[in-house]
Ligand binder design. Structure first.
Ligand SMILES: Cc1ncc(COP(=O)(O)O)c(C=O)c1O
Length: 385
């Protein structure tokens, strides 16, 4: 079996699984905000996790605000910045590549709060053109409330020039949120060095428990809780913390810190895989082949072949992939992201996304290459191309 949908959700890390088995037998279950000794023990444990997580992502502990995952993180950041923006700052710059969590929230701010949403230009690989962005920012100087452009794209794995964008935003005194959901735990990330103002992480993308996650905020006092509640997270997020989820976040990010050096080998194996398939099937297309991508992500298509047919063929060999993003996998259409990159339906409907992690290597990619080549051969024959 090869589960190859880590961008959709990563399975629990073995280290997390082992930890949870023991953890469930402990007596440590209480409200971490209570002052009795069990609560206090949990609270100290949570703060230890915060410190470990902060160290793993290059931030200070008080910059980490725990929550339920990235959709909540994105909504909270947009709410904090846009709802409290000065009246003369009514422009948000984003890109067509963003996740629905960002785009839907921005539509709401457009309709209900009168914000103007501008899209930054992208090239045919889905990379934001920094020079064009600079011009756009200069044109609207003084009126921009926020720039929000992701760190890496969930479907293509393309890494955006987010550090350059952060520099640009700093120079123009504009707040910058980069959606790092697909970057943290999948590539080396250092919050402080990146220069971004806000970042997010979701536990289920990194082998921790689903329903756990956090925001990183350069200045946490800017954050306004979306959820009314008590004083949890220093008043920045109402609701009792998912302390077991938080423990798993610390384990997952510590594991990444220890094993992140494996990303180089993962990337080399991924490159080998892509070459191998393209050599056997020269018409096969790796989307955004020539630009930096997440080490373990490939979006590959064969014009004319339907992605779902390839997906089903792979699944019959116990390989689990998606056709685009996991949350839009049931829509047999070219994804919005690929459309924005100018990719036509012939190829756009034919892609499958393969996403692995630093725990994988050459053997996995050999299995994938052989199975995908057989699938293409079989389907091409059926469709007699
Ligand atoms: C880039 C990106 N942002 C945000 C999200 C939403 O994350 P969550 O599922 O934790 O709410 C996802 C999930 O797929 C994502 O890929």
């Amino acid at each position: 079996m090869l589960y190859a949908d880590y961008n959709g959700s990563a399975p629990l890390l073995p280290e997390v699984r082992e930890y949870l088995k023991k953890r469930m037998d402990s007596e440590l279950f209480a409200n971490p905000n209570a002052i009795h000794s069990i609560g206090q023990k949990l609270s100290r444990g949570m703060e230890k996790c915060r410190a470990l997580i902060a160290e793993a992502v290059g931030a200070y502990p008080d910059q980490i605000i725990f929550n339920s995952g990235s959709s909540e993180g994105v909504s909270t950041i947009l709410h904090s910045v846009l709802e409290y923006a000065p009246k003369d700052k009514k422009i948000v710059i984003t890109s067509a590549l963003e996740h629905a969590a960002v785009l839907k929230a921005l539509s709401w701010y457009k309709e209900r709060r009168g914000f103007e949403i501008l899209l930054a230009d992208i090239d045919q690989n889905g990379v934001v053109k920094v020079n064009e962005l600079k011009k756009l920012m200069e044109k609207h100087a003084g009126k921009i409330a926020l720039v929000t452009i992701m760190a890496s794209q969930n479907e293509t794995g393309v890494i955006e020039p987010f550090e350059q964008i952060a520099k640009l935003c700093r120079e123009q005194n504009v707040l910058y949120f980069s959606d790092t959901t697909q970057f943290i735990g999948k590539a080396e990330f250092h919050f402080e060095k990146s220069g971004v103002d806000f970042a997010v992480c979701a536990g289920h993308k990194i082998g921790a428990l689903s329903g756990s996650g956090f925001i990183i905020a350069k200045d946490p006092t800017v954050i306004h809780s979306l959820v009314f509640g008590s004083t949890q997270e220093r008043g920045l997020r109402g609701g009792t913390q998912h302390y077991i989820g938080i423990e798993t976040l610390a384990i997952a990010l510590s594991d990444f810190k220890e094993k992140g050096h494996k990303l180089k080998d993962l990337e080399a194996s991924r490159r080998w895989f892509e070459q191998d398939v393209k050599q056997a099937f020269p018409k096969a297309v790796v989307i955004a082949d020539d630009v930096p991508r997440l080490p373990g992500t490939t979006l590959i298509g064969y014009p004319g072949l339907h992605g779902q047919a390839v997906q089903i063929e792979l699944e019959s060999h116990d390989i689990f992939v998606t056709t685009s993003a996991a949350c839009t996998d049931n829509q047999p259409e070219t994804s919005q992201v690929l459309k924005a990159m100018g990719i036509h339906d012939d190829l756009g409907r034919g892609v499958i996304r393969i996403s692995l992690s630093y725990s994988h290597g050459q053997k996995d990619y050999e299995f994938l290459a052989n199975t995908l080549k057989s699938a293409y051969a079989k389907l091409i024959k059926i469709h007699s191309f």
